[in-house]
Design a protein around this ligand. Structure first.
Ligand code: AP5
Ligand code: ZN
Length: 213
């Protein structure tokens, strides 16, 4: 199964992606996670990407497309994969169509997760992440069992640099301008399914499973 998770920053693409990955046994590929790893390791790509990410702007298409071309060829992708955060521009979507064709693969579904803007701001400013294992929490909606410590590995949780309110607002503007055109793009393929992203994490996962069968 090849799946795209589409939606504004903070609608729960990563949260649902982890659950879908476990349930269906296919990897979740998050371009944001890949880029943050490059930033932490201070690679050339990471240094270049950081400048854009800190401002809430998109990293240039050619960087992302090259990165994804390599990733979907990995062994763990042979039974399918879930894309979280890619494609994010029409140019990326066109390039992804080319990758599918070249590798004789077919896209199954595009899930568009929908959440009102004010709830998004609350979700992102309240998000805390584990710098060690990548687990994602929310100070109110999904808090860790021990104050500010990761349930899985015990590390101290941090706030992502781009989750400050000003940067969040800019990310939402960038989404509207550069990524929203993909709703039209994938509606035309007949593969886009809209999912109401308001409710508990489990409720939304039930909606996702209903759609995926
Ligand atoms: P990326 O990491 O992809 O960020 P994003 O799209 O902004 O998405 P988020 O990770 O912020 O949100 P999410 O939808 O995964 O929500 P989550 O599940 O964490 O990208 C970061 C940057 O990298 C970009 O700005 C750009 O610079 C660059 N980049 C990445 N991909 C790129 C590309 N293709 N092209 C160019 N540049 C690219 O949930 C959010 C919070 O809400 C959490 O705290 C969670 O616990 C909570 N939550 C989740 N579900 C619920 C629920 N049902 N109810 C209440 N709270 C919930
Ligand atoms: Zn952890």
């Amino acid at each position: 199964m090849i799946l795209i998770l589409l939606g504004a920053p903070g609608v729960g693409k990563g949260t649902q992606g982890v659950l879908i990955s476990k349930e269906y046994g296919i990897p979740q590929i998050s371009t944001g996670d890949i880029l943050r790893k490059e930033v932490r390791e201070e690679t050339e790509l990471g240094k270049k990407a950081k400048v854009y990410m800190d401002k809430g702007e998109l990293v240039p298409d050619e960087v992302i497309i090259g990165m994804m071309e390599n990733r979907i060829k990995d062994d763990d992708c042979k039974n399918g994969f879930i894309l979280d955060g890619f494609p994010r521009t029409v140019a990326q979507a066109e390039a992804f169509d080319g990758m599918l064709k070249k590798n004789r693969l077919e896209l199954d579904k595009v899930l568009l997760i929908d959440v009102p803007e004010e709830e998004i701001v609350d979700r992102l400013t309240g998000r805390r992440v584990c710098p060690n294992c990548g687990a994602v929490y929310h100070i109110k909606n999904n808090p860790p069992k021990n104050d500010n410590l990761c349930d899985k590995c015990g590390s101290k949780l941090i706030q992502r640099d781009d989750d400050k309110e000003d940067t969040v607002r800019n990310r939402l503007e960038v989404y509207k301008k550069s990524t929203m055109p993909l709703i039209d793009y994938y509606t035309k393929t007949g593969k886009l399914i809209k999912i109401n992203g308001v409710g508990s994490i489990d409720e939304i996962f039930s909606r996702v499973k209903e759609v995926l069968g």
